[in-house]
Design a protein around this ligand. Structure first.
Ligand code: ADP
Ligand code: ADP
Length: 208
């Protein structure tokens, strides 16, 4: 199964992606995680670090090249879940072309929808365990004692506001693009993690 998760920052893409990937036994591929890993390894150019810190997107070519290389991995033979890519129509077109050249296509695009005020609360109180990658929330999903927590610098409220504005500007075109291909499913992202994953599995089950 080849899946894409789209949604604003804090919608729950990473949380739900981990659940779906564990169940379907496919890799979760997050361009945000890949860019943060490159930064941690001192392999991300300064201008890209600045764009991320400011809540802006990095250039399409950067993430398209990352995805092109990553999806060639043998672990992607059975499919994959792209989390946070594509974010623009040119990225979506590049992905389509890449898959078509390999004889594949996307099965489903899941768009997680959550009201703005809730997104800000979710992102600002997000914490991730550096060692395990597990995503926590200080209020809704508190980390266990001893977790090695990381607070993303772009999860400060002012940067989250800018990331939301960036998201709104780009999805204006991305969602209609996938709607026209008839593979888009809009999912209500409000509710418990389990309630939301039930809604996602209902849609994916219907797609099988
Ligand atoms: P979130 O989980 O909050 O949606 P991500 O971790 O996916 O955020 O992305 C963090 C940052 O990485 C983005 O603000 C952007 O700067 C960069 N980024 C990630 N994916 C993309 C993409 N597909 N296109 C351009 N920039 C991206
Ligand atoms: P995204 O990848 O879309 O930016 P995350 O999956 O990282 O979003 O979730 C953002 C924050 O919201 C995290 O702190 C996560 O623990 C929390 N969260 C995710 N889903 C829910 C939910 N259904 N209810 C409450 N909090 C949630």
């Amino acid at each position: 199964m080849r899946l894409v998760f789209v949604g604003p920052p804090g919608a729950g893409k990473g949380t739900q992606a981990k659940i779906v990937c564990a169940k379907c036994n496919i890799p979760q591929i997050s361009t945000g995680d890949m860019l943060r890993a490159a930064k941690a390894a001192d392999k991300l150019p300064q201008d890209l670090i600045q764009r991320m810190a400011a809540g802006a997107l990095v250039p399409d070519s950067v993430v398209v090249d990352l995805i092109d290389a990553r999806t060639r991995g043998v672990d992607c033979d059975r499919g994959f879940l792209l989390d946070g890519f594509p974010r623009t129509v040119p990225q979506a077109e590049a992905l389509d072309a890449m898959l078509r050249a390999r004889g594949f296509k996307l099965d489903r695009v899941v768009a997680l929808e959550v009201p703005r005020a809730m997104l800000i609360e979710r992102a600002v109180l997000r914490r991730t365990d550096k060692r395990t990658g597990q995503i926590y929330h200080l209020k809704y999903s508190p980390p266990p004692p001893g977790a090695d927590l990381e607070h993303r610098p772009d999860d400060r409220e002012d940067v989250v506001e800018r990331r939301l504005a960036t998201y709104e500007a780009m999805t204006a075109e991305l969602l209609p693009y996938y709607e026209s291909l008839r593979i888009l499913n809009r999912i209500d992202g409000v509710g418990s993690v389990d309630q939301v994953s039930d809604r996602i599995f209902a849609v994916l089950g219907a797609a099988k």
